[in-house]
Ligand binder design. Structure first.
Ligand SMILES: Cc1ncc(COP(=O)(O)O)c(C=O)c1O
Length: 240
């Protein structure tokens, strides 16, 4: 199973004078991998002396496990000066349907961002903004989110550790990747469809997220579920 680390040599090779923006995402969806301080050092080296803007998708900032620090751009002033950070109240307050988030950026980038925001979103609705403001007054509403989901990850992982699926526990987000290469050589999409139809277990093929349909025999399973649902899923996975 790939480790889903960033290949900085490949990125260096792809950057040219035409590169306007680099988008990063940590904790990462769909893989659950996280950016490390060494990655940040590489990003600093790569962008120093250029006009490249960074878009840092940090919507899962509070969903990071195993005591790992979320490497926010906020910790790196040299990067923060050229970055738009995106956050999601939906992810932070278990309210994904509310579709409200936030952007942090230096004033020159924010001025440009607001021009686009004005003509695409226009405005976020008032009641949701009041509700979020109230949630924000109490840190307990979000600082324990990592423990809550880490318990679910561990609960799920413990129950499937005897199965034929290979996995490394994910470090962030709601999803566990499972490698099924010991079970089948079907492409991810076909195996996922078969799991759904024959075993009534839904998953997402990771290849669906790629432009070129890389197929690593890895499926993504959501563990943001009740324990009884995780028990049922584990029972099925252990039989496959
Ligand atoms: C990596 C990533 N960024 C951004 C979003 C958008 O989040 P929201 O709809 O809460 O704004 C998602 C939602 O799944 C996501 O996975």
């Amino acid at each position: 199973m790939p480790d889903f680390k960033i290949n900085w040599n490949e990125i260096k090779r792809l950057i040219s004078h035409r590169t306007k923006m680099i988008i990063i995402n940590t904790p990462h969806n769909p893989t659950g991998s996280v950016i490390t301080p060494d990655d940040m050092k590489e990003l600093i080296k790569l962008t120093r002396g250029t006009d490249i803007i960074i878009l840092s998708d940090e919507v899962y900032e509070h969903l990071i496990f195993d005591g790992i620090r979320h490497e926010s751009i906020c910790y790196y002033p040299e990067l923060a000066n050229r970055t738009l950070i995106v956050g999601s109240f939906g992810k932070t307050f278990h309210a994904t349907g509310w579709k409200t988030g936030f952007v942090l950026a230096p004033s020159n980038l924010m001025a440009e961002f607001r021009k686009a925001h004005q003509f695409t979103v226009f405005a976020s609705n008032t009641p949701v903004q009041y509700a979020i403001a109230e949630f924000l007054t109490d840190k307990d509403n979000y600082v324990h989110l990592n423990n809550f989901y880490q318990k679910k990850r561990d609960y799920f992982a413990e129950r499937i550790k005897g199965s034929r699926f290979n996995f490394v526990p994910c470090h962030g987000t709601y999803f566990q990747l499972l490698d099924y290469s010991k079970i089948s050589d079907e492409p991810e999409t076909e195996f996922a469809i078969r799991l759904t139809k024959e075993f009534k277990l839904a998953s997402i093929p990771v290849s669906a997220f790629y432009h070129q349909n890389d197929d690593n025999k890895v499926l993504r399973f959501c563990f943001a579920k009740k324990e009884e649902t995780l028990d049922k899923a584990a029972e099925i996975l252990n039989k496959i």
